[in-house]
Design a protein around this ligand. Structure first.
Ligand code: S6P
Ligand code: ZN
Length: 179
């Protein structure tokens, strides 16, 4: 068996994959993405460490990941993850808050968007058919865990094409979903 260490905040060990996304690579998700300069574009927006013990598509397996999402704004929009539906659309996922604060932005297939506050210890069940994206509304890194099925897959294309039905913006100093 591989030795894996999940310290609560980080995940290391044999087979753990690390991915990093800078602002340049995700700029199209932000309303003001075109304002991102070359220098800002090099800034890391989030990293993901994941343990994917079986081949993607395997039915009945589980995946585990930790995301560290950095604080910041693009225009008046908080740093956020790309967001996705699952390719096998009816598969669910758990998210839980580890450190920092933010809002889990959710969108049903009908385009209805709502948010759940995430904070250390909060637990979030994301039902099948619900797109999910995380925004960091705090001043510190937001770390959260995720557990999803190895047969779920990721559909990023739908979000790239149509986005979410609302954006999480800083309005008078407070996060607000704006259509
Ligand atoms: C995977 C799970 C997370 C995200 C990560 C980055 O199903 O939801 O590990 O991959 O938070 O978000 P995104 O939307 O860029 O994959
Ligand atoms: Zn997911």
């Amino acid at each position: 068996m591989p030795e894996l260490i999940f310290s609560g905040k980080s995940l290391v060990g044999e087979g753990v994959e690390h991915l990093s996304r800078n602002l340049e690579s995700i700029k199209s998700i932000f309303e003001a993405g075109d304002s991102i300069t070359e220098e800002q574009g090099r800034q890391v927006a989030y990293t993901v460490s994941s343990y994917l013990p079986v081949t993607e598509g395997t039915e009945g397996g589980l995946y585990f990941g930790i995301t560290h999402l950095y604080p910041g704004l693009v225009g008046d929009e908080y740093f956020m993850t790309k967001g996705h539906f699952h390719k096998k659309v009816d598969t669910a996922e758990f998210y839980w808050g580890i450190e920092g604060e933010g809002v889990l932005i959710l969108m049903g297939r009908d385009g209805h968007v709502w948010g759940e506050k995430i904070f250390p210890g909060s637990l979030h069940y994301i039902p099948g058919g619900v797109a999910h994206r995380m925004a960091n509304t705090g001043d510190c890194v937001l770390s959260f865990g995720a557990c999803w099925g190895s047969d779920a897959g990721h559909d990023y294309a739908s979000i790239e094409k149509s986005g979410f039905g609302a954006r999480l913006k800083k309005v008078n100093g407070e996060p607000q979903l704006v259509k």
